[in-house]
Design a protein around this ligand. Sequence first.
Ligand SMILES: [Zn+2]
Ligand SMILES: [Zn+2]
Length: 267
Amino acid sequence: MQETSAILFKHFTLSTIRYFVLAGIPFLLFYKFFTTWFNENKIQNRKANVKDFVREIGHSLQTTAVFAVIGYLALQSPIKNYTRLYTNINDYPGWWIWVSLMISLIIHDTYFYWMHRLLHHKKLFKLAHLVHHQSTNPSPWASYSFHFFEAWTEGAVLFVIMFLIPIHPVTVILFTIVGFIINVYGHLGYEIAPKRLRNSILFEVLNTSVHHNIHHSKFKGNYGLYFRFWDRLMGTEHPDYVKEYDRIQQKRFGTENQKAPLQSQSS
Ligand SMILES: [Zn+2]
Ligand SMILES: [Zn+2]
């Protein structure tokens, strides 16, 4: 019992450090030290205030505690014996670490899209998801700002992945780090995508910070996490997304970027 609580405490400490480092560094850069520098990158004109940050950090700490329990259950409790977790790295080729990471992100995106649509059902929205949507102008601190119930449904994706594909603990750790970095980017409040993304095929596939920011400001549309795939397939992408993305990028890069919106409207 004492050992279990020590493991849980270790998971909680690591997941809290991950939160404060990966959300804290961008917060300091964009909201404290270089705010003027990034002025053109700002998605909404409004400024999030300290009250928002405190609420977001409070809920996020609760989420890190839930994720600590999930991490323990998935990796160190007897549940792991029913999953496809492998600990001998030589059981699969080295490249599988990276391929399984990519597949994990695709599974997560699909899981998240449908869970998120469900959470927007009237009753579930009021009961749980409203907590995340209190951040109508999100900051990096909002990345884990979930209701207790939503924190469990968010974290449970780990079990889904571990039941579906052979996965090494290293990939699990990479998945939580990469997933969280993309999550922070979605809640950054600033668009940092390079200019060339707009005319690349990746723009058609990947989500951007503007994409998720619109979900927070409008409450409807743009339910995807990493990719645009499900929103486009299900017709749930916000109709103003590309226009809004182009508006921000033109603010950053000037009128020379104007070719892009014309191309987008014809596609
Ligand atoms: Zn939502
Ligand atoms: Zn969000």
